[in-house]
Design a protein around this ligand. Sequence first.
Ligand SMILES: Nc1ncnc2c1ncn2[C@@H]1O[C@H](COP(=O)(O)OP(=O)(O)OP(=O)(O)O)[C@@H](O)[C@H]1O
Ligand SMILES: [Mg+2]
Length: 511
Amino acid sequence: MTLELKGITKRFGALTANDHIDLEVNAGEIHCLLGENGAGKSTLMNVLYGLYQADEGQILLDGEVQHFSGPGDAMRAGIGMVHQHFMLIPVFTVAENVLLGHEKALGGLSGAKQKVREISDRFGFHIDPDAKIEDLPVGVQQRVEIIKALSQDAKVLVFDEPTAVLTPRETDELMAIMQQLRDEGTAIVFITHKLREVRAIADRITVIRLGKVVGEASREDSSNELASMMVGRAVELTVQKSPPVLTDNIVEIRGLTVLDAIGQKVVNDVSFDVRGGEVLCIAGVQGNGQTELTEAIIGMQPRTTGSIKLNGLELQGKSVREVLDSGVGFVPEDRTVDGLVGDFTIAENLMLDRYRGEPFVRVGSIDRAVRDEFATEKLDAFDIRAQGIDTHVGTLSGGNQQKVVLARELGRPLSLFVASQPTRGLDVGSIEFVHSQVIASRDAGIPVIVVSTELDEVVGLADRIAVMYRGGVVGVVPADTSRDTLGLMMAGEPPAAAPADPTDPSEGAAA
Ligand SMILES: Nc1ncnc2c1ncn2[C@@H]1O[C@H](COP(=O)(O)OP(=O)(O)OP(=O)(O)O)[C@@H](O)[C@H]1O
Ligand SMILES: [Mg+2]
């Protein structure tokens, strides 16, 4: 099936998110949609999927004009979407989720189970139709989304940033699935910010910027060429930093252990130091305790034992409020859950954790002029693309939401900076910016801890690397450790020649 979008225009108030966009996707083609955060990619796909109505333009399937008043219409016409935030119901089984909304077409639960088995076999998924969604890893849940779309005989499949939450291995597997779908004749739209993925599987690449198509690119183009086409300027794809200059500031973590709700050790006896002036990256496959470790540092994990000393001050056992007040900046892994309040404006979000004192609060009421001046300055300094400081954060693109979190956390004096997946979902230009901010914190002489599942990011940012596996730290190694060694460590194998003292920060400085 051939999909044609002709002159699609979508406005939100004064903002034109899609400005006369033309896009053609053929059967048996993977068409990558590239563009910076806020360029209008998701909006365009939401128009295609019937979630939004275009103000102008047409959607054609095999030359016929379509009118979608909702996703149901789009699905019936053969359009499927694998959402980034899965739409599955966690307490339902795989088959129940696939059945949902399509009871008639699938012929009840037994029909749905049959369909799951059939599609699962075709792609070698090994998915049990009776498994509960909440028991499945993220990568498998995504396959259920794919099965759900294919069970509706989708001929056009949209993947909106499907790899952002996947492990490297899951990513490779997904790309193989997409290639198989393509070879079977599905028309695929693939949105990703990872140029490596684009260059690996794109048949065609369309670049959009500020709501307009700026042109087609080729997978033979270099990452630098693709990046500058997206952003409209040259982008530095490698992290720029000078050798670390260590200061006397220090965070000392000893025997940190975190239990989950059922008493299992999700962080197991972790010890390391980070000195001012260096970045310690915590690498590892998602789900090996990294999230809980950073949450324990800022006081969000109630079942924590051990010690976290920041310049001699014990943080363990303190409330989140007290930890933040002692100068810890924190970028949470999921900005939409812990980082921001979507219904608040940018200005309100920027002062979320500062409602208690000058300069924003005077005798219990907010000084709007001071707040607005602060917010305007941050909007500018962090290049937050929004109509103004009164824009609701929930309507910002992912990258711009992340910039609001960073602007808030880096906008006050810090003695420790902890960032979890700080560039997840960001475009290359924003990543360059975030990385420069992380390095600026380090160069200001505070300890910096960055959790990342992206090996490129870890290797680029780190002065030393700690690898976590099943709740423990497998080793702390210099930043120039080979990727092969890091890969093995991520699978639980200790480094061949372990550093004499893994908590000695001079180890990385010498590297
Ligand atoms: N429901 C909405 N109301 C108002 N503005 C919106 C809405 N949805 C999107 N926008 C705005 O439209 C523009 C395009 O957003 P969109 O989500 O399509 O970007 P994107 O290219 O998908 O970005 P990202 O790479 O960050 O996902 C942004 O400026 C965004 O703030
Ligand atoms: Mg998007």
